[in-house]
Design a binder for this molecule. Sequence first.
Ligand code: CTP
Length: 403
Amino acid sequence: MQSLLNKKIVLGISGGIAAYKTPELARLLMQEGASVQVVMTQAAQQFVTPVTMQALTGNPVFTSQWDSSIANNMAHIELSRSADIILIAPSSADLMAKLSLGLADDLLSTLCLARDCPLLLAPAMNKQMWEHAATQRSVQRLQDDGSVLLGPASGTQACGEVGMGRMLEPHEIAEQVIAFFQKKVLTGKKVLITAGPTFEAIDPVRGITNHSSGKMGFAIARAALEAGAQVHLIAGPCELSTPLEATGKIIRTNIVSAKEMHTATLAATDCDVFFAVAAVADWGIAKPAKEKLKRQGKEAPSIEFVANPDILQDVAKTVKFKGGKSYPYCVGFAAESTDLEKHANDKRQRKGIPMIVGNIGPDTFGSDTNQLIVIDDSGSKKIAQAEKLHLARQLIQLVAKKI
Ligand code: CTP
């Protein structure tokens, strides 16, 4: 499902070398269902051409407030009237200074002054320009006036310097735009999530793990961030990148074994909601070998297991009561091969948690889609087959109502 369906975005481009990334950003926004109307400053056209943007978006590109093809010659009013947001990427120091003062001497700045929709800015500039007191004053003013800043990031710059001022990557901007449009049902809330598999070492090169991809847990982390929460993601070994990292609202702790996940999680229970999504190994290896076990001249070894702690159950024991509600609100996950609803509900009661989510298979590991059944005291509710991010957003809505 596309996350920007029916959204109309005016994509402003100002003059900066990062403009070479804007065609990719336009493509990503459109891939999510948005219609994109590009407006470029004179300087922007030194870096990327209107023809490129027109060919990609399928819409004529506006570059001047003196365009006679617009009815009643009021491009600045016409364009902003129909937009859900104005997004400017890259947003140069010069443009931000201008916007912060309410100046309107070209089409893009006039459009921003005449708008009645949110303004999102993705700054891009050299680090000295970013750090300059004048730019910082502009940024502060723009934020005070309600504009939303996406980035910038720190890193290598086109001028060869390293520091703050790089434009976020197109996919990071697109993800933040998508997040902007989600309902902010978890603003001010802290969410703790375990995700992915665990790995129990047999020796320094071998171990026991499982097929969990981490996708569902990471999707819940992203949906919680989109809903306005602060997220702590405790992840087992998996290749997934941290969702919405550039927002600075997510902490990721990487762990390997179930015991490490237990320690990290129990140290982070000061939160409003806990999602136990990880596929935690039930048993660890009693005595992992310090050196690699050699095959030559040896019989097949037998391995002694020891039970791992139950993270979810232990977090459930830390629950405190505040204002008639218990925190953290604990949500478990269950993958069962038979009688899903019954086994999952038994598990919910056994672990002493208010909600459990059953994965309705068959093949949920690694897949991008799934179906869920959500069980709590009031009964059960199915969430139909969809992409994991879409399922996660629905789950976040349900949980937000509980807290
Ligand atoms: N879980 C956990 N710590 C463990 C085992 C499981 O936090 N050591 C959590 C999982 O993250 C999940 C829930 O408990 O949210 C259920 O996991 P599952 O493996 O299905 O439950 P088990 O208690 O291991 O039950 P069984 O293997 O008997 O089905």
